[in-house]
Design a binder for this molecule. Structure first.
Ligand SMILES: Nc1ncnc2c1ncn2[C@@H]1O[C@H](COP(=O)(O)OP(=O)(O)OP(=O)(O)O)[C@@H](O)[C@H]1O
Ligand SMILES: [Mg+2]
Length: 341
């Protein structure tokens, strides 16, 4: 059986219900439910310490959950760990390669562990080295690799056996932009070839690029979930951008909107560099009202558009934390409840 085959034809490649894992007082997972539809990428976002790695480790049978259930490719993590391990691939947050072996030997060994024939293991190792731009370094001991090279080797190792379900725990942390793009392309390729991916990340751009759906976790709980556009819509608010035909009208527009006191519109700001005025809005009625107002002032518009908040703004709204590495002082639970409601 190819490892990408999911035996009992389930819709979800990963099904997690009420998963709990405590470390002493720390509730690393505090009742997590999530599904990853087969053939898709689920992005798991969350600030440091949210429980992402703990989730991945539970789903890889590396940690035993205290309560709840999880099925991966139809196998139960507690009852069928051996079968489960055969169909998953894992790239941990911390690269785990044998430093004494060369890159090629590392990959060959993993291929053999996965029951590939010698010939297939060699072929697949070379293929993966090529895909992750490691061919030149293939014969050097992995211990001499740079951080980015190790990570690429680790990713190659996790993909070698065409796993049905691939866990990628912050796969591109510390990679340069070009290499990050390379990894994204390989992840997409794995999905095209039939894998289902659970990806944890701190990079919103990565989530936007790769994930079909997102789950935001914080303090061991799911606090928001949905497609990228759904999450953006839930946070509420869009930015209306109006472009006057005459750039000289910018100040007049800001003034008019400020004075009009339109329902729910606090004001507007000019962006002279872009030649637009930005107006935060929450409804289509407000959009119409702004356009009508400007028209009544005799201002000719060259264009209007609306923009959803960025994923960074969504993350900030639901977790109260910025997406940068710097942790915020306190979680904003009010904002989260608005979204969860
Ligand atoms: N083996 C362990 N023993 C004790 N506490 C642990 C252990 N592993 C994780 N924790 C705690 O559980 C919580 C969740 O940790 P986890 O590593 O899952 O977070 P994370 O979301 O992966 O964070 P990061 O973004 O920093 O990787 C943290 O408070 C962490 O300190
Ligand atoms: Mg982690």
């Amino acid at each position: 059986m190819k490892r990408t085959d999911i035996p009992n034809g389930t819709e979800n490649a990963v099904e997690v219900r009420g998963l709990v894992k405590h470390f002493g007082e720390t509730k690393a997972l505090d009742g997590v439910d999530l599904d990853v539809r087969r053939g898709t990428v689920l992005g798991v976002l969350g600030p440091n310490g949210a429980g992402k790695t703990t989730l991945v480790r539970c789903l890889s049978t590396l940690l035993r959950p205290d309560a709840g259930t999880a099925r991966v490719a139809g196998y139960d993590v507690l009852a069928q760990p051996r079968q489960l391990r055969r169909v998953i691939g894992l790239t941990g947050q911390y690269a785990s390669v044998d430093e004494k072996l060369s890159g090629r030997e590392n990959l060959y060994m993993i291929g053999r562990l996965l029951d590939l024939s010698r010939k297939d293991a060699r072929r697949r190792a070379d293929e993966m080295l090529e895909r992750f731009s490691l061919t030149e370094a293939a014969k050097r001991p992995a211990g001499q690799y740079s951080g980015g090279m190790r990570r690429r080797l680790d990713l190659a190792a996790s993909m070698i056996g065409h796993p049905a379900v691939l866990y990628l725990d912050e796969p591109t942390t510390g990679l340069d932009p070009r290499t990050r793009n390379e990894v994204w392309a390989e992840v997409q390729r794995m999905v095209t070839e039939g894998s289902t991916v659970l990806l944890t990340t701190q990079y919103m751009e990565e989530a936007e690029q790769l994930a079909h759906e997102l789950t935001v976790v914080d303090r061991g709980r799911v606090i928001a979930e949905g497609r990228v556009d759904e999450l953006k819509a839930k946070v509420g608010g869009r930015t209306l951008q109006v472009r006057p035909a005459e750039p000289a009208d910018l100040a007049r527009m800001v003034d008019a909107i400020g004075r009009a006191g339109l329902d729910g519109i606090a004001g507007a700001t000019a962006d002279p560099a872009e030649g637009v005025v930005n107006v935060p809005i929450v409804s289509d009625e407000q959009l119409t009202a702004v356009v009508a107002l400007l028209s009544s002032h005799g201002i000719t518009l060259a264009g209007i558009s609306t923009h959803l908040p960025s994923l960074d703004e969504v993350f900030l709204a639901v977790t109260g934390q910025k997406t940068s590495a710097a942790p915020a002082a306190q979680a904003n639970t009010d904002a989260f409840q608005e979204v969860a409601a």
